[in-house]
Write a protein of this length. Structure first.
Length: 486
């Protein structure tokens, strides 16, 4: 008999994407379905349910209507549909409620939030559970992701648990980034269709506000986050974002499972966006990609090591460190290219610096998928001096492409990048977020680059690293087995 798993999330590649959450939801369910079998101890059926942002969708013609229903929520009858689309072994379901989700953006326009997001995602969570009966799908586990689905474990235990259909259903809450918690004014409480007794410091109340992520952390049967180190960090005051008390209280139910990447998509041997394909046994192609990168960023041809950055330009990514040390980085003999967008003051700084250091430093604002692939494919080193990083995917992609990560040792970076000692290790890392530490680490990296025999060993170690989803999927399957047995 198959175990049934339902993923509930706000976004998923390739349908709707604003960040790393979408990459996980677009990949992990497929790998779970591929990895599971009676022989591995758990045979699963996996479905994913998402809101249907109609104006952002170009695939409605490929969907079938699986359900039409009306739901009274927050004092109003709301009609919605569940659309269905199969992608390989996973069925993707979409909650189509035009009043709430037929908008120009997922969360809000120009980086702002829609004021009724609490109603939008509250309705979504409620409708997910209610629609399961009509769909004749009774999941053993509902796997919820980030604050957008934080209410789902609450509804499951406080509203639906008296119905025999839901009584044995379990929930798992995954934190992708604790910095995003879904905070709303207490005046929005009526939008949740929950009893008033749950608004208290032991419930959804959080310093006078409503906290939807806290709801999921308190009511879910298990909590996961996206790397083992981050699961420990968030129980401390430094990283806990004022939820360290809740997470410490639930420590026995909290586990960190490192994210993975899709090794079929991120593959330098077949990547169609590279100038030249290459692999661990034919590295000459990487040199051609590096030369092409120099051309695209108008850098002077050079044998010096090339540092690459693909990132959002925001403080947690450590850009203040890069800005502070940029002249010294270039004096050490590195060339540097950065692709990213974010805070206007950061973009302005790097645009000015690119003019000042023309020929050795290049900057492109925004995001370009082809250029991102070419940076991974052409860079010798990949720089990620993050102040905190729940998991990080850039360092894993870089390793896949033989670009050596230089990172700050935190979160998922600590779990995937291991200091090279001349024989073992796949990158370079430092701990205190100080300019001197970054420069010292780059100096060590540059010395290894100039010793071609040692450098070849390091690049070989990078290619031997395995952060595919297959490893992580097995850990999730073990977690599901544990939750079902409890």
């Amino acid at each position: 008999m198959k175990t049934k798993i339902l993923f509930a999330a706000a976004e998923s590649a390739p349908f709707f994407k604003t960040g790393g959450l979408a990459d996980v939801i677009g990949s992990l369910p497929e790998f779970l379905a591929e990895s599971a079998s009676p022989e591995t101890g758990l045979d699963v059926e996996v479905k994913v349910i998402l809101p249907f942002y109609r104006r952002l969708a170009n695939f409605e013609k490929d969907c079938s209507v699986a359900l039409e229903a009306t739901l009274n929520f927050a004092g109003k009858d709301r009609t919605f549909r569940i659309l269905s689309l199969r992608k390989q072994k996973v069925e993707y379901l979409f909650c189509d409620q035009p009043e709430l989700f037929d908008r120009d953006a997922i969360y809000g326009p120009a980086g702002k939030d829609y004021p009724d997001n609490i109603l939008r995602f509250g309705f979504f969570s409620y409708a997910v559970l209610r629609s399961m009966i009509g769909l004749n799908f009774q999941p053993d586990i509902v796997h919820c992701h980030d604050w957008h689905t934080g209410l789902l474990p609450v509804y499951l235990k406080e509203i639906f648990a008296t119905d025999p259909f839901y009584r044995k259903m379990k929930s798992i809450m995954t934190i992708h980034n604790l910095g995003y918690q879904g905070l709303f004014p207490k005046d929005d409480w009526p939008a949740l269709s929950l009893p008033d007794r749950l608004f208290n410091p032991e419930g959804l109340e959080f310093y006078g506000q409503i906290n939807l992520l806290k709801a999921g952390l308190l009511w879910a049967d298990r909590i996961t986050t996206v790397s083992p180190t981050y699961s420990e960090e968030i129980k401390t005051e430094e990283f806990g974002q004022k939820l360290e008390g809740v997470l410490s209280k639930r420590a026995k139910d909290l586990i960190g499972i490192l994210n993975g990447i899709d090794y079929q998509y991120w593959n330098p041997e077949t990547d169609p966006l590279l100038k030249k394909n290459y692999g661990k046994d034919r590295l000459s192609g990487k040199s051609e990609n590096k030369a092409e990168l120099f051309r695209q960023f108008f850098l002077k041809p050079s044998d010096n090591p090339l540092l690459g950055v693909v990132s959002r330009l925001v403080p947690p990514k450590g850009f203040d460190l890069i800005m502070k040390t940029l002249p010294q980085i270039l004096k050490q003999g590195f060339n540097l290219v950065i692709l990213g967008s974010g805070l206007p003051e950061y973009e302005k700084f790097f645009e000015s610096a690119a003019k000042k250091h023309q020929g050795v430093f290049g900057f492109r604002p925004g995001y370009n998928e082809e250029l991102a692939h070419r940076i991974y494919g052409g860079a010798d080193f990949f720089l990620m001096p993050s102040l905190f990083e729940p998991c990080g995917l850039g360092q894993m992609i870089a390793l896949r492409y033989g670009a050596i990560p230089v990172v700050r040792e935190t979160g998922g970076l600590a779990d995937s990048v291991f200091n090279f000692d001349g024989a073992i290790g796949n990158g370079f890392s430092f701990v205190p977020a100080k300019a001197a530490n970054l420069l010292d680490t780059l100096q060590k990296a540059g010395a290894v680059y100039r010793n071609k025999k040692v450098w070849a060993r390091l690049v070989s170690n990078a290619f031997a690293s395995d952060f595919s989803w297959s490893n992580s999927a097995q850990k999730y399957l073990a977690l599901y087995r544990s939750v079902i047995k409890t």
